[in-house]
Design a protein around this ligand. Structure first.
Ligand code: ZN
Length: 210
């Protein structure tokens, strides 16, 4: 599996380009900004983008989605519980003093039990509300890799004080589907360095069971 991870935009959201080495089909996860950079990575690997997946509707994760869709023709996927938040992109832009990227339209809703594929690369969708109502994680079982959005970070968890956030729900999401994953699962958070499920189970102060 081809997997390029690089931070984009002022808030340095980790964007992932995931591709099938054989078919050269790809998905882009969280194209928050810097679409030229993303397209350069896609070209370097000779990939065709089949899916644009958004882990949640915060502007730093979804801001570049329409530009990427225009450039690639790929559909945009988001959990339906974040549609209301997506309608507030102008408000979100004002919070961080950014120009609004304009309206983003979703082509397909995605939720738990569904799968997203690019060629032979397949990810299970885990609905993990808490940071936002419609937050999802993508689990690539064959690679033991979790793209976690802003649900789990190295040594921390997503903030729950923004509209739609819930500390109770993020803890349920983490203690439920996220920590059910094997310890050697590599976690790609929405911001900052990579970690593993085992490392977070062991040392993340929010997840300590003692
Ligand atoms: Zn966020």
């Amino acid at each position: 599996m081809i997997h390029e991870i690089f931070p984009v935009g002022v808030l340095q959201c980790n964007c992932s380009v995931v591709g099938d080495e054989q078919t050269k089909e790809a998905m882009v996860i969280d194209p928050g900004d810097e679409i030229d950079h993303i397209l350069r990575v896609i070209r370097q690997h000779g990939l065709t983008v089949k899916q644009i997946v958004i882990t949640h509707a915060h502007i730093d994760h979804v801001g570049g989605a329409m530009k990427l869709k225009q450039a690639t023709g790929a559909p945009i996927l988001l959990n339906q519980n974040d549609y209301a938040l997506l309608k507030m992109l102008d408000v979100q832009a004002a919070w961080i003093g950014m120009q609004s990227p304009g309206a983003v339209t979703i082509d397909n809703p995605i939720g738990s039990g569904e799968r997203v594929a690019a060629g032979n690369v397949v990810a299970d969708v885990l609905h993990t509300p808490g940071h936002t109502e419609g937050s999802i994680c993508l689990y690539f079982e064959a690679e033991r890799k979790l793209i976690a959005g802003d649900t789990l970070f190295a040594g921390s968890i997503g903030r729950t004080d923004l509209p739609g956030g819930s500390y109770k729900k993020i803890m349920e999401s983490l203690q439920g589907p996220v920590l059910a994953l094997p310890d050697d699962t590599i976690v790609v958070p929405g911001h900052g360095p990579l970690t593993t499920i085992g490392e977070e189970r062991e040392s993340n102060p929010f997840l300590a069971t003692r």
